[in-house]
Ligand binder design. Structure first.
Ligand code: NAP
Length: 507
């Protein structure tokens, strides 16, 4: 498959082959920057999901895939990382024309992050303790005992549109690293780069190890979660859909991890270096037009510095250049769709209605050359209180709420007063104080004088309604294994006398 600028049709990717949907239906993928049709993609059905799960099951049960040595598996992970590098331009292009993410960010971060993830997990696989031997215990009696880590089986990955490739690899890489097989259901706005990624990965893994079924969440997504031959579900998306995923998983008691929404608090302390804290805070909220789950959308600022901070934030925000994501000079692209644009604008309206003060942006923008795209100005509200709708709900757009505080404890209390707990941040020159605050913040990651810094060797995931489980790091490998305890009795005679005596009184 080669990149073309005309409209291409993308089939499903099952068992190492491209195939149309069982009913031959397709859906449209639209470039959110231009409103143009960029591809038609197979609309997978429950029948197609069944085919993909069957292929993944066969590859897991009846091939050598799951039994490879750590060295062989690490070698495959390295080969995948090289293949991603080789196809970097094509992947970045497919991602940019469907997600609206800038090629500058996708090429300058996402591709590198993906390559590094496969390489990091390759190193971890070589060190991983697949088998642990326990010392022979005085109780219940002499024995050889092992704890084995085994692959779970067929994994289902359901992914969102904001970072389609990166989030798919957060699931694909650890699943393959631990010998599982996988079926991915990408978001309907952005299936192209995931399909290409599966094709690239298939060059180095047996057929059926990775499959992609495109189609709606309601049909393909639900069929995948409910399928009795799927052993694990890894979902990233909204908290609302995450709740539904959990309900469906409960039907067959599936091992389920959830990476969900956020409303992350960002606290600037009085001693912060504003020359870095202010651009850093805007980077934290406006990157990818605010469509990142860990965006720092609630900015807590000390009373004394409020006015000077707001003035500088507005000045800096005015420098952010919206544009076509394919132009390397573009700072931010569009939001994903007309529907999402309208949702964001309705939140901006709600902010005004509730009495917050709009100090920057707030409107749709027409970008020359992209007149049919969905662009929104970087938007800043002040006089926000933590109980307002714009401070409580995830907007998933370029909207920052500035909230004043007088005491740091009050800021921490407000920061934690949220149903979410994905990320949090503190800007200060006093790192020890920052550690004290980090301990008090209820979030899966706390950045000190930084934002969006996700390392592939560190876990990522949420507290509270931001999710269950962790991705990346060694934790992600554990999440794709199950644990088996194997016991070998060493002194059967002794057992017969003591242990079985619990049942047989006669020796
Ligand atoms: P979404 O609407 O929840 O959709 C996510 C995925 O779930 C899509 O593939 C979607 O398919 C599918 N889906 C929808 N309904 C489903 C159902 N009933 N059963 C099974 N699957 C279903 O989320 P989104 O709008 O794509 O992404 C934005 C959200 O993701 C935000 O809330 C953001 O915070 C969150 N997110 C979290 C993280 C994290 O790591 N914590 C990272 C990125 C994004 P369709 O596209 O076909 O509807």
């Amino acid at each position: 498959m080669t990149v073309q600028t005309d409209v291409q049709t993308f089939p499903l990717y099952i068992n190492g082959q491209w195939q149309p949907a069982s009913n031959n239906e397709t859906f449209d993928v639209i470039n959110p920057a231009t409103g143009q049709l960029v591809a038609k993609v197979a609309k997978g059905t429950a029948e197609d999901v069944n085919k993909a799960v069957h292929a993944a099951r066969e590859a897991f049960d009846n091939s050598d895939w799951r039994n490879m040595s750590p060295k062989e598996r690490a070698n495959i992970l390295y080969q995948i990382s090289y293949a991603i590098s080789e196809h970097a331009d094509e992947l970045a292009y497919l991602e940019a024309i469907s997600s609206g993410g800038t090629v500058r960010r996708i090429g300058g971060n996402d591709i590198l992050q993906m390559v590094d993830l496969f390489q990091t997990l390759a190193k971890f696989v070589l060190e991983y303790e697949f088998s642990e031997t326990l010392p022979s215990p005085p109780f219940p009696g002499p024995a050889h005992n092992f704890i084995w880590r085994e692959p779970i089986g067929v994994c289902a990955a359901i992914t969102p549109w904001n970072l389609p490739m990166v989030i798919a690899t957060w699931k694909i890489a650890p699943a393959l690293a631990m010998g599982n097989t996988i079926v991915v259901k990408p978001a309907s706005y952005t299936p192209l780069s995931t399909l290409k990624l599966a094709e690239i990965i298939s060059e180095v893994v047996p057929p059926g190890v990775i499959n992609v079924v495109t189609g709606s969440g309601a049909e393909a997504g639900e069929a995948l979660i409910k399928h009795p031959n799927v052993d694990k579900v890894a979902f990233t998306g909204s908290t609302e859909v995450g709740r539904r995923v959990m309900e469906l998983s409960a039907g067959t008691i599936k091992n389920t991890t959830l990476e969900l929404g956020g409303k992350s608090p960002n606290i600037i302390l009085e001693d912060a270096d504003l020359s870095i804290a202010l651009p850093g805070s805007l980077f934290g909220v406006f990157l990818h037009s605010g469509q990142l789950c860990e965006s720092g959308t609630r900015l807590f600022v000390p009373d004394q510095l409020h006015d000077v901070i707001v003035e500088q934030l507005v000045h800096l925000a005015s420098k952010i250049k919206p544009g076509n994501p394919l132009d390397p000079n573009t700072d931010v692209g569009p939001v994903i769709s007309k529907k999402q644009k309208e949702t964001i604008l309705s939140y901006i309206e709600a902010g005004k209605q509730e009495g917050a003060t709009l100090v920057c942006g707030g409107k749709e923008i027409k970008v020359p050359g992209c007149e049919d795209g969905h662009f929104i100005e970087p938007t800043i509200f002040t006089n926000v209180t933590n109980d307002m709708k714009i401070a409580r709900e995830e907007i998933f757009g370029p909207v920052l709420s500035v909230i004043r505080y007088s005491e740091v404890d009050e800021a921490i209390k407000m920061a934690n007063d949220s149903i979410y707990g994905l990320a949090a941040g503190v800007w200060t020159k006093d790192v020890n104080n920052a550690y004290d605050i980090a301990r008090k913040l209820q979030a899966g990651v706390v950045w000190i004088n930084d934002w969006h810094m996700l390392r592939n060797d560190a876990p990522f995931g949420g507290y509270k309604q931001s999710g269950i489980g962790r991705e990346m790091g060694k934790h992600s490998l554990d999440a794709y294994t199950q644990v088996k305890h194997v016991h070998t009795s060493m002194v059967p005679e002794l057992h017969r006398r003591n242990w079985y005596g619990l049942l047989f009184s006669e020796k």
